[in-house]
Design a protein around this ligand. Structure first.
Ligand SMILES: Nc1ncnc2c1ncn2[C@@H]1O[C@H](COP(=O)(O)OP(=O)(O)OP(=O)(O)O)[C@@H](O)[C@H]1O
Length: 245
């Protein structure tokens, strides 16, 4: 086992993953440089979520290697992977998953508090990000009283407040209207650039991929050279893409 080059914060080689015998990743390799925003594109079912989950240590790749700096994620125990995710990684899901018993700021502050940050400091960080995402006035509201778009803003604030080394965002605007999605994504990418956060963004929208520094394209679990994706408005309701391997 040889550690990856120093300027790659994530480095994956020949990843294979099957869901119940059905192949989702078939030998994917990629590098993510420090502070880079990398878009992972491809049509539905091309393996984007599975790739992000393998990189983030949520799913152990069945074959291949994943390195985070000099840490071999693929050989870590489940508890060590969990600590790595808690301390260094952030995750924004397609649909927001919040703790129902906690209000908005408590949800946004939770990763910091789990790391041992005091409640006062965690609240200050959470409030800062809730304000930046225009949801500050809902800070004391519990998730069931919020609409889906507000919940997703809280999930984004939660991810940014913890200032992760790598932030994985799996189609984070899917639950939002087009304009709202664009605004949230701009806030996310601007924050990542100003704080040096590396972002791996799964998307099947060309306009969203255009916000990234670089794009990696997938088709049927394999990397391909280009995937021509339709812009957001055209993409709604259909998965048609023009592809070339
Ligand atoms: N839990 C699962 N059980 C069985 N098959 C799965 C599961 N999750 C994903 N798959 C399959 O693995 C393949 C890759 O799925 P994946 O969700 O990684 O792709 P994706 O590009 O993220 O798709 P989408 O854009 O729809 O989220 C698909 O064929 C999908 O049907």
């Amino acid at each position: 086992m040889v550690a990856p080059p120093d300027n790659d914060v994530l480095w994956a080689r020949a990843l294979h993953f099957q869901h119940n015998g059905s192949p989702a990743l078939c030998g994917v390799s990629l590098e993510v440089r420090e502070s880079e925003i990398l878009a992972v594109t491809g049509p539905r079912g091309s393996g984007k979520t599975t790739l992000l989950q393998c990189l983030a240590g949520l799913l152990p790749a069945q074959e291949g290697e994943v390195w985070f700096n000099s840490t071999p994620v693929h050989t870590l125990s489940p508890s060590a992977r969990e600590r790595l995710r808690r301390d260094r990684f952030g995750w924004i899901d397609t649909t927001p998953v919040l703790v129902p018993g906690l209000n908005a700021w408590e949800n946004a502050a939770l990763p910091l508090m789990l790391r041992g940050t005091s409640r006062r400091r965690a609240k200050a960080a959470a409030m800062e990000w809730l304000e930046r995402l225009d949801i500050g006035e809902r800070a004391r509201t519990r998730p069931h009283r919020l609409v889906q778009a507000e919940r997703q803003r809280i999930a984004v604030a939660r991810a940014l407040a913890a200032c992760p080394t790598v932030l994985f965002a799996d189609e984070p605007t899917a639950a939002l209207h087009q304009g709202e999605g664009a605004q949230v994504l701009r806030t996310l990418t601007t924050a990542a650039r100003s704080h040096g956060i590396t972002v791996v963004l799964a998307t099947h929208h060309a306009q969203e991929a255009a916000l990234a520094d670089r794009t990696v394209s997938l088709l049927d679990g394999r990397r391909v050279t280009t995937v021509h994706l339709p812009p957001v408005a055209e993409a709604e309701g259909r998965a048609a893409c023009s592809l070339s391997a």
